[in-house]
Design a binder for this molecule. Sequence first.
Ligand code: ADP
Length: 492
Amino acid sequence: MILIVDDKPENIFSLRKLLELNGFEVDSALSGEEALKKILKGRYALIILDVQMPGMDGFEVAETISGYSKAKDVPIIFLSAVNTDKQFVTKGFQSGALDYITKPVDPDILLLKVKTFHRLFEQRQELTRVSLVLREEIEFRKKAQSELRERVQELRSILETIPQIAFTATVEGEIEFVNQYWFNYSESAERFPTNHPDEENIEEKWAEAIKTQEPLQCEVFLKMPEQDIYRCHLLRAIPVKENEEVIKWVGTFTDIEDQKQAENKKIEFLSIASHELKTPLTSIKTYFQLLERSLNGMDTPMKYLNRTQWQLNKLQSLIADLLDISKIESGKIKFNRKVFKLEPLLGSAIDIIKHTHEGYSIVKNGTVDVKIYGDEIRIEQVLINYLTNAIKYSPDAKEVHVNVSMMGNKAIEVRVKDFGIGIPKEKQNNIFQKFYRVEESSHRFQGLGMGLYICAEIIRRHNGSYGVESRPGEGSEFYFTLPVANGEEMPD
Ligand code: ADP
């Protein structure tokens, strides 16, 4: 908006017409005093100021304006009918004005000057706006940087206090911070400690993690400089993300040597104990059979013998499970794989269960005329385990179903369905874990929670899948799948 200040309305009228015709918005004041009031209230891009006015003259107005912080930079064009001499022109400029035009006004010249000043005003405004935005941006960045510095400092303090080797690294994988423990195993803050020569190279694993941006977790064996003992460490490194983008890496090496040794001792103990228990048990069973034969026909002793036999079988299966667990843990479980027909195996497992659990009806649905490549005895073990559990956890039911079917033409599925106590939904994921027992029923039913863990391992090692579907109070359906032999199996 342009403000025209002149004491003669006819002058204002003609100037206003000229400017409005050229697309400018115009306001006017008939005296210096009125002009000052308007300037205080509004915002003007340019002031056209008549010099000679009764009361305050143009120069006085200009001088007053130069004291207003809001308007001091607004350009002023003085108009004057007389006083074209140098003294007046100079006075005009000294009081903060930018240009000077004599009356009668040449419209072309006035327009040219107005346009120039107006453009200048707009450019200055734009410049002010841009510099404001820039200042805000700089402030924002400064704040973000100082926050980041604080966070980095905080993270480093935490990493300094934990009793592990800890480090942070850049997105490119360059180590940027290491805590004091680092130097127990590495002489340089830039290089990773070295792994045992027989183990994988840490730098290579690290490079791979940086490339894929996937968390890294592996066991490494580190040696203190000038010592000959390697200690097992768990190396874990995770990418730290901000807005889905990796910004750095944080990692630790945790000494798990003592844990490892305790674990190995446990596995070793389990293995020795179950072997030691198995030997006398086998002898007892043999003597027991001899005794059974010699007492054949004598009712009372036979009753006691049968009960003893039942307990012996339980003991034997417990020891067998313990032995299996120790083999799984130490990675020594072996499978005698060959190609075999599935149906006879199913029949035999069902017969064994019928024999040992009289009064239960095992209903088999479906047949599959296919061969499987695997360890027949171990697969039978899985089915027998499912079936004994089905009976054990169905105290009020007398029926168990075995459903066998093909899954496409490449796999079979065996499902053992009972009508027993069922398993709560949130526990179903856990029951294939080692030593896991459902708490609600554990006091009612004896067991050690080993069977399903062994079953899971057997099926996994045969490239099959397993699982359970169950509703508490209605029953459970345990299943496993196995790939069908394709004729290309290699003997072990
Ligand atoms: P165990 O029966 O010796 O406890 P398992 O590994 O065979 O060990 O089973 C683990 C747990 O899963 C059991 O303790 C039991 O809580 C639950 N479970 C297994 N089979 C069934 C079933 N058919 N019905 C209900 N719960 C079952």
